[in-house]
Design a protein around this ligand. Structure first.
Ligand code: MV4
Length: 461
């Protein structure tokens, strides 16, 4: 067990800043790695040192393993924090760090590879008695085999990429006639996105809720959970609003889901912070979807209700420290909500927008947390994800958290790009969100069918 003295951050934007902030509080030096597009980005300005790794395209910089390893070596950093996205769930990168004697703030390359293969993960948890959506535990073969699988499960079915996760390469098939085309397009999308065209088939569960359990595991076999996050407000299988705790989850369901998440973490000898994702149906049955082996975008809501610093805990675990608490020390304090503010047009199918932020005035006040990756007078470009910031609130009750979020969204001023702020305001004021009954169909069923504002002079009498 050796102390961490210097951390290289292999990421950009708000998450790079988030990691730098914890390092500063703990007297750890920071090195920002950056691309040619990011020379003046906030993470570069906030870090103690910075090193250019390559061109603007991720392939030349934030995904370029040899260039990243070389920069880390040069910087003298003893630890790498990968954030989320980019190389965070790349077993080859974790392995390369291991071989170079650089600590990786995350689980072992073997666990990353295991959980990254969705069919292997399914097989593993199924063997331990954990429920998954009904489906095949192995790769779908040709059309005939796939067709047999689909009819034995019953339509509608969902085709998923084995190397996938996050919805990429997914196809809903409602009728046998659509299967052949669906298999083809899912395979080619998977091939393009992951270089791996293996797919598998599951029963498509209608209108489920997407709820995940945050876990922490140290290198001595101690595993705790940090309760759940409700992530059912999504568009294109990407989360926009998350909250903790979930308005659906009662003590009994929480205990049962959390025990399952801990079982899975122990089963694969997990180390670090991780998240087990589940779908929950109307009868409150839950099904394992996947395990994410990184710090997640929505981790702030968990930090707000537990009072913990997940980045600090990741670093402590990577340094070989024992978890400083046990399950009985942890409790839920109040309620937290996060809104992701994207440069996207909610009135045009969430089409990504780019441009200069002429104005970026962020909300503040009691119980408001801002994690922003772009400052006023900087641009949202085509090179990276269009997320501008995450606005999170914490209050004693869910009702108060919603009221606080509405107040904070009202304070938030952005000009230069269209944003998801109006969508978030809509959601906070919507009945099914307010009463907690919403599910993953929220955007399609409630938002897309909303009464578009009609100018008063055109309103029917
Ligand atoms: C599903 C599902 C229903 N049935 N699997 C989406 C992202 C990836 N992590 C898994 N996801 C889903 N898997 C089965 N068997 C529903 C989702 C899903 C979803 C589907 C449609 C619209 C919004 C959604 C939001 C979250 C999850």
């Amino acid at each position: 067990m050796t102390e961490i003295k210097k951390v290289a951050i292999v990421n950009r934007g708000e998450i790079a800043l988030r990691i730098i902030r914890t390092c500063k509080e703990r007297g750890i030096r920071t090195v920002a790695l950056f691309s040619e597009a990011d020379a003046a980005a906030p993470h570069v300005l906030h870090a103690d040192e910075s090193i250019l790794i390559g061109g603007a395209s991720p392939a030349e910089s934030y995904l370029n393993i040899p260039a990243v390893i070389e920069a880390v070596r040069q910087s003298g950093a003893d630890t790498v924090h990968p954030g989320y996205g980019f190389l965070s769930e790349n077993p080859g990168f974790a392995k390369a760090c291991e071989e170079e004697g650089i600590r990786f703030a995350g689980p072992s390359p073997e666990v990353i590879a295991l959980m990254g293969d969705k069919t292997r993960a399914r097989q593993l948890v199924t063997s331990a008695g954990v429920a998954c959506p009904p489906g095949s535990d192995k790769e779908a073969g040709g059309l005939e085999e796939a067709s047999d699988t689909a009819s034995s499960i019953g339509y509608p079915v969902l085709i998923k990429a084995a190397a996938g996760g996050g919805g990429k390469g997914m196809r809903i098939i409602r009728h046998p006639d659509e299967l052949e085309q669906g298999l083809k397009s899912a395979r080619s999308e998977a091939k393009g996105a992951f270089g791996d065209d293996r797919i598998f088939i599951e029963k498509y569960l209608e209108e489920p809720r997407h709820i995940e359990i945050q876990i922490l595991a140290d290198s001595y076999g101690n595993v705790v959970h940090l309760f759940e996050r409700e992530c059912s407000v999504q568009r294109r299988y990407q989360k926009v609003i998350e909250e903790a705790p979930s308005p659906l989850v009662d003590e009994e369901l929480r205990k049962s889901m959390a025990e399952t998440a801990i079982l899975i973490a122990k089963l694969c000898r997990y180390e670090g912070a991780g998240t087990v994702e589940f779908l929950v149906d109307k009868q409150k049955n839950f099904y394992f979807l996947e395990m994410n082996t990184r710090l997640q975008v929505e981790h702030p809501v968990t930090e707000l209700i537990t009072g913990l610093d997940l980045v600090a805990l990741q670093l402590d675990i990577a340094a070989g420290k024992k978890l400083p608490f046990s399950q009985t020390d942890l409790k839920i304090n109040g309620h937290a909500i996060e809104c992701r503010i994207y440069a996207e047009d909610p009135d045009n199918n969430f089409l990504p927008d780019t441009g200069l932020l002429n104005r970026h005035r962020v909300p503040g006040g009691p119980g408001v947390r801002m994690d922003a990756g772009i400052e006023e007078r900087q641009s949202v470009t085509i090179h990276y994800d269009p997320m501008i910031s995450k606005l999170s609130v914490h209050a004693a009750t869910r009702e108060q958290a919603i009221a606080k979020m509405i107040r904070a969204l009202d304070e938030y001023e952005i000009s230069g790009v269209r944003t998801t702020i109006p969508f978030c305001k809509f959601t906070m004021n919507e009945r099914s969100f307010a009463d907690g009954s919403y599910h993953t169909g929220f955007v399609k069923e409630i938002f897309e069918n909303r009464q578009k504002a009609i100018p008063p002079e055109l309103r029917p009498m």
